[in-house]
Design a protein around this ligand. Sequence first.
Ligand code: F6R
Length: 355
Amino acid sequence: MTSLDSLDLDRLDPAGMHRRIAGLAADARRAHEAAAALDWAPRPRPLALAVAGMGGSAIAADLLRGYLEDQLEFPVGVVRDYDLPAWVGADCLLVASSYSGNTEETVAAYLEARRRGVPRVVLCSGGRLAALAAEDGVPRAAYPPGYPPRAALAWSFFTLLGVFVKLGLTGGREREVAGAAGLLERAAEEMGPVAAEAVNPAKQLARALHGRLPVVYSAARRIEPVALRWRQQINENAKTLAHHAAFPEHNHNEVVGWEQPAELLARAAVVVLRDSGDHSRVQRRFELAAPFAGAAGAGVHVVESRGGSLLERLCSLVVTGDWVSLYLSFLNGVDPTPVTKIDLLKNRLEQTGAA
Ligand code: F6R
């Protein structure tokens, strides 16, 4: 059995994904400060906001929408594609979010917004989008270089929060951000590589998921973006196929699927992400629906959010998933950082011409 204690991290994780996860707290603080210093005041205020991005650069927008869902009286759409929907017009704002600045779908969405005369903001570390922003005189928030895009989540989340603050959509939330950074720091002690498996919930859960098909469930309201982050981190760090779905919709279709294919279901492992703010009926639905997975032979594991504010609770669930995906990569014997298939597709597409 592969030990998750006394890990040889130089061999297992040469690019240092564990340091990136442990560094989320410091990144959150730095990104929040940098965003507050953004020299940009949008006038007049747009009627709606579209965030264009893919993968690790899009998830921050979903998480932010979940975080602000209860107070945001302002439409925010996330566009993961080349084309913008018809509602994105000159009275809106387009935020083009791409860590590398070179993702062709995001560049295409930016160019489409330019054609339509939509005001724009760019969030990236460099690349084509940085050049376009400079050429067009479009404001840009610069990310520090050297991160795998998905590991720059604190940068993309807190920079986007800064854009929302500049738009007057929310206050600065200093105390909540400080609280969330503190929580991420404590999570690194509790779930980082130094903490032994016997007392480390992330190592324990990775062990339970190993060799199984991870299925991540959560409430749709506020928490579904976290379930998506879990799935994508398990995909990219652990090189493992995973699935996610949200409640209550799950109870109206997916629940029926827990019959076939029986051999596959018996090899699944369900993770239920729960939050104290979940609707009471959704909580009841989790309790009623979990036994169907159990009866099919799947393991069922509950992860409760921790912390006081919603931001802390969201961060606690996100960071737990990040650590779990890291340990799952070690159990799978794969390096968490390279995403060779993503790179291969991007290169092949580039060879076949521009979007
Ligand atoms: C890689 C990752 C990917 C990228 C995606 C878009 O770490 O998470 O999902 O985020 O391929 O690339 P960027 O973020 O550079 O626009």
